[in-house]
Write a protein that binds this ligand. Sequence first.
Ligand code: HEC
Length: 441
Amino acid sequence: MFRSPAFTLLLAFTATAATDTPPKVTFNKDVLPILQQKCQECHRPGEVAPMSFMTYGETRPWAKAIRESILSRKMPPWFADPEFNGHFTNERRLTPEQINVLTSWIDNGAPEGNAKDKPAAVRFAQGWSIGKPDMVVEFPHDLSIPATGIIDQANLLVKVNFPQDVWVKAAEVRPGNPKVVHHMKAWIRPPGSPWMADAPEGELYKPTRAQFAPASRDSQPTTGPRPVQDILAKYNPGVNAQEFTVGGAAKFIAAGSDIVFEVHYATTGKPETDRTRLGIVFAKETPTLRYVTTTGVNNASFVIPAHAVNYEVKAESVLQAEALLAWVQPHMHLRAKDYELRAHYPSGESQTLLKGKFDFNWQLGYEFAKPVVLPKGTRLESIAHFDNSENNPYNPNPNIDVSYGPQTTDEMAVSFMGFIVKVSDDPMKLFPRRGAMPVVE
Ligand code: HEC
């Protein structure tokens, strides 16, 4: 290899420098690569975080706050206990080395460093992160959101009437106006389902409990995969696009299906509008495995006493067929503080699949790096604890008993789960007592 004298000199210089004084941690060389990898997903213009960390100028004023937020593990938002490091593909944790780099940068005056050390800017997907959708389902018109007040969670029907059966590789909900969208889900409404059947299209609507009855088998096709009520896509801060290709699976939408959006709006102090879109990328081939997203375990009959500091709520279901568990998203409200999911296998063994803190502001989903094999007869059990005392800063009212309900001031103890089953299986038979039903009212 050709080596100029200057290059040799430089090598010698670097070697000496390294032994004498440790190399100074700078923004351009050491910090920016970490921000690119762990923070800019949210901390850039147009995304959920209120400040951008794309440049030195934008980041420097936040140095102290960054130190605090990473040492308290508030940022980046990730709540699985350390024993689960490496278990989830969407893990969003800083390594101890990365925490070290960031804190020593801040403790040494947060220098910018040499522009030559700067890594190339990351190219984030513009618009859809699933790539160009094959199909876009959109609210038929803008919805008006009032300036103030609490807007109850409600549903909105879009009569898509899919012209043929389709298999879906990936789907994504993109809020038209992220400022007002607290969370949003897109459910598949199978043909013949009584759910939302009489709802006006494109308007917020609250279905009654009776409308949750599953469609009768008579109204459904008898050949091919069974159409079911299935969550196609979800949006909330920290969760957007989802791929269903684990193990070669895809999600099924039957011909004649419609889309029901479950929407929860927040107000901003100004009148706003929103027109949300759902992007769908089709699978190229018919898969052998099917991805179904549904309420895995749910408890709708608990009462958390006023002032209770650590009230436990469990929920469970027994699987009636073998399935793989690919994804779990615990869902609780303002009083929840921690969460655990256990699998009790028919062999008598038990395993904790996820355990960690819970923060209402971050309804994170956890993607298993290795989907968990759940044999028929496995009992899934969730254990959550709630703080209904005045010590909980999020608690809207410690003086009342709190029970199950869809609004933020009520509570929930449900786990949405992504299961992988054989295409020939009937997903309604995974949990026959309840079926694949939405939990909102
Ligand atoms: C999934 C999205 C997301 C990621 C990833 C993320 N943040 Fe944030 N961050 C937010 C949001 C939203 C807020 C504002 C709300 C809040 O404070 O919780 C925030 C707030 C902050 C704040 C202000 C906290 C305060 O007390 O005012 C700091 C500092 C911060 N983030 C640093 C970071 C750093 C450093 C990283 C990467 C190591 C990171 N964040 C990764 C979404 C994110």
